[in-house]
Design a protein around this ligand. Structure first.
Ligand code: BTN
Length: 254
C-alpha cells in the first residue's frame, strides 16, 4: 500500500508490472470514462514515450513510470498550465523525500545540477473546445546507477540515487508527488494559475538567463523573462523585441 494522503488522486490505481507505455493505457481508460484522479503506474515500460516523439528509457524497478488522468473543465489552450503544475509537484516531492533541490527547465524538464532527473509529457483528449481528459505522464529516474543509462543520455541524465548517494523509496516519492499534485491542482481550480506561476518561477532555472529556444520555426536567443498566464515562455531578443515561445527545446547560454 502507498499510504496515500489524497482525497481523489490515486483512489483508483492501475498497477502493472510491464507495459508498453502507461500513457497508452491512460488514453484507453480515459476514453472509457475512468474517473478524474485515476493513476496508472508500471514497474517497467518497453516503449516509454518522451516529448517530440522520443523514446523514454524506463527500466524495471529503477524509476517511477506513471500517468495521471485529470478532467478539468477547461479549453485546450489551458493544458500547458497543468504541465507546469505537475512540474512544481515533482520538485516539491523530490525535496520532501530526498532534501535535494531540483530546478525546472521550461517547459517540463526537472534537473539536478544541469542533468535531467524527470520528464513530463502532457497529452489531451478534447471534444468541441473542452478538455475531456488530460493525461500527465511523469517519468522519474530514481534508483538507476550511472552505468544503467544508455550511452546517448549518460552525459545529460541522472537519477535521485546518483545525486543523493543512496537508494530512494519509490513508494514514498509517489505518495508525496500525488499529495503535492492534488494540493496544487485544488489551489489552481480555486484561485487560478497565478499562485502556481509564482511557485513555478521560483524553481525555474532559466528565468533572467540568456537562452536559446530551438523551435520548429527556427532558433531564438535572448533573455528568458518569465512565463505568461498560459504558461507560454517570453524571451526578449537582443534588439528588444519580445518573442512568445509555445513549444521548444531550451538551451542555457550562460
Ligand atoms: C520527456 O520527454 O521529457 C517526457 C518523458 C515522459 C515519460 C513518462 S514515463 C510515464 C509516461 N508513460 C510514457 O510512455 N511516457 C510518460
Amino acid at each position: 500500500s502507498l499510504g496515500l494522503k489524497t482525497d481523489f488522486l490515486g483512489r483508483q490505481i492501475h498497477y502493472e508490472e510491464s507495459v508498453e507505455s502507461t500513457q497508452k493505457i491512460a488514453h484507453r481508460l480515459a476514453a472509457d470514462g475512468a474517473p478524474e484522479g485515476t493513476i496508472i503506474v508500471a514497474d517497467e515500460q518497453t516503449m516509454g514515450r518522451g516529448r517530440l516523439g522520443r523514446r523514454w528509457h524506463s527500466p524495471k524497478f529503477s524509476g517511477i513510470w506513471l500517468s495521471v488522468i485529470l478532467r478539468p473543465d477547461l479549453p485546450p489552450p489551458k493544458a500547458p498550465q497543468l504541465t507546469l503544475i505537475a512540474a512544481v509537484a515533482v520538485v516539491q516531492a523530490i525535496e520532501d523525500v530526498t532534501g535535494l533541490v531540483p530546478q525546472i527547465k521550461w517547459p517540463n524538464d526537472i534537473l539536478i545540477g544541469q542533468k535531467k532527473v524527470t520528464g513530463i509529457l502532457t497529452e489531451l483528449q478534447a471534444e468541441s473546445d473542452r478538455i475531456n481528459a488530460i493525461i500527465i505522464g511523469i517519468g522519474m529516474n530514481v534508483n538507476q546507477k550511472a552505468a544503467d543509462f544508455p550511452e546517448e543520455i549518460i552525459e545529460t541524465a541522472t537519477s535521485l540515487a546518483i545525486e543523493a548517494g543512496h537508494d530512494v523509496s519509490r513508494a514514498a516519492l509517489i505518495q508525496s508527488m500525488l499529495y503535492r499534485l492534488e494540493k496544487l491542482y485544488k489551489t489552481y481550480l480555486d484561485k487560478g494559475f497565478y499562485p502556481i506561476k509564482l511557485l513555478w518561477e521560483s524553481y525555474a532555472i532559466s528565468i533572467g538567463k540568456k537562452i536559446t529556444a530551438r523551435t520548429l520555426s527556427g532558433d531564438f536567443s535572448g533573455t528568458a523573462l518569465g512565463i505568461t498566464e498560459d504558461g507560454v515562455l517570453m524571451i526578449e531578443e537582443s534588439d528588444g523585441s519580445l518573442r512568445y515561445v509555445y513549444s521548444a527545446d531550451i538551451q542555457l547560454d550562460e
